[in-house]
Design a protein around this ligand. Structure first.
Ligand SMILES: [Ca+2]
Length: 189
């Protein structure tokens, strides 16, 4: 029975491209001018179809079952986890539902608007929606628009930076006074 179920899933997998949505990847790539691959939303950078690790052909029975459930998540709030999607892909599926995702395939430029305005999965200060438009990875805090990352890191570390400036200023002031005292003392002698 397990073999029949597996064959059924594999037949579905290789006879359709319903699991991949290259429209979003192409849009992100074109609007950002950056090299964007399927790893933005999927567990494998080549996309879900195939037999490599983390692709559909290599899923266990448990993974295939989870994939079957994910395919039926037409409405938002499914609450599950698709084995072929990364955290960002699963967030999109859970927030929007498959029905809306399929609609947005026709207008991938509207995906960013449909996503959460505050979600920032890698906590780099750039929202997931903005990273989709910037063509940077929403799960990699080292990957982001350099100016935005610099600005956000500056704001995030402002207390430490202020302390370093104060410590440096105090040290220089102390050094200046020491040199001044020594020069006065030397002059007197
Ligand atoms: Ca981010």
């Amino acid at each position: 029975m397990k073999i029949i179920i597996s064959l059924f899933f594999l037949t579905v997998v290789f006879s359709t491209t319903v699991f991949a949505h290259p429209e979003f990847q192409r849009y992100s790539k074109s609007v950002s001018g950056r090299s964007v691959n399927c790893a933005m939303c999927h567990t494998h950078s080549d996309g879900p179809e195939g037999i490599k690790p983390d692709q559909i052909g290599s899923l266990s029975q448990e993974g295939l079952n989870a994939l079957g459930l994910a395919r039926q998540a037409y409405k938002p709030g499914w609450g599950g986890k698709s084995p072929i999607l990364n955290e960002f892909g699963n967030l999109i599926l859970n927030d929007l539902g498959k029905e809306k995702i399929l609609m947005l395939k026709q207008k991938p430029e509207l995906l960013a608007e449909a996503l959460s305005k505050t979600s920032d999965l890698d906590d780099d200060g750039i929202t997931d929606a903005q990273e989709y438009k910037d063509g940077t990875h929403p799960l990699n805090s080292m990957d982001g628009n350099p100016w935005k990352l610099f600005k956000n890191n500056l704001i995030k570390n402002r207390f430490h930076i202020l302390m370093i400036i104060l410590a440096t200023g105090t040290g220089l002031f102390g050094l200046y006074n020491t040199i001044l005292w020594l020069s006065i003392k030397t002059g007197k002698e």
